[in-house]
Every structure is written in structure tokens, then in C-alpha cells.
Design a protein around this ligand. Structure first.
Ligand SMILES: [Zn+2]
Length: 96
């Protein structure tokens, strides 16, 4: 699949704009870069479900970091796991 085809598919899926700052691209999609939503350092794939369109400044500033939405979900899951573990630990403690 060509890059132009991928860009077209992503524009159709998400709209012809930067996924991060929402600035629209020109009709010819000049300035659109392919950004790995989950960085390639963590998930080595070129599947379109992990790609979004991004303007160059957003893509460069994001770099190899997780988007804040993914980081927030991971932190939420860690917090819920801690709460669950604390609750189970408290429930299974012998009463004195
Ligand atoms: Zn942007």
C-alpha cells in the first residue's frame, strides 16, 4: 500500500486534519505526516489502526512518547489495580 493511499484512508477515517491539534490540511494533504499513536518503540507495527495524521510540529513534539490519553488510561488501570488489591487485602485479613 502506498503512503498516499494510507494518508487517504486515515483522512477518511479521522478527517483531513492533524489528529493532535485538529488543524486542517490542504486538499492535497501537503504537510500531513504519519504518526504512530503508540510509539514504534513500544509497538512495532505499521498497521493503520496505530497510525494517525499529524502536522510536522505535533509529530516532532510527540516524538516517541505515549499520547497523554494512553498514559492516563495506563495510570488509571494501575490505580484501580492498587485499589482492588488493597480492598482484597483488607477483606482477606484475619479479623482480630
Ligand atoms: Zn498538529
Amino acid at each position: 500500500m502506498t503512503r498516499a493511499r494510507i494518508v487517504g484512508n486515515l483522512a477518511e477515517r479521522d478527517g483531513p486534519r492533524c489528529f493532535h491539534c485538529r488543524r486542517p490540511f490542504a486538499a492535497d494533504m501537503v504537510g500531513a505526516t504519519l504518526d504512530h499513536y503508540v510509539p514504534r518503540a513500544l509497538w512495532k507495527t505499521w498497521r493503520q489502526r496505530n497510525l494517525v495524521l499529524a502536522c510536522a510540529p505535533c509529530n516532532w513534539s510527540k516524538g516517541d512518547r505515549l499520547p497523554w490519553t494512553v498514559a492516563a488510561l495506563l495510570l488509571r488501570n494501575v490505580r484501580q489495580h492498587q485499589l482492588w488489591r488493597d480492598a482484597c487485602g483488607a477483606a482477606s485479613s484475619p479479623s482480630v
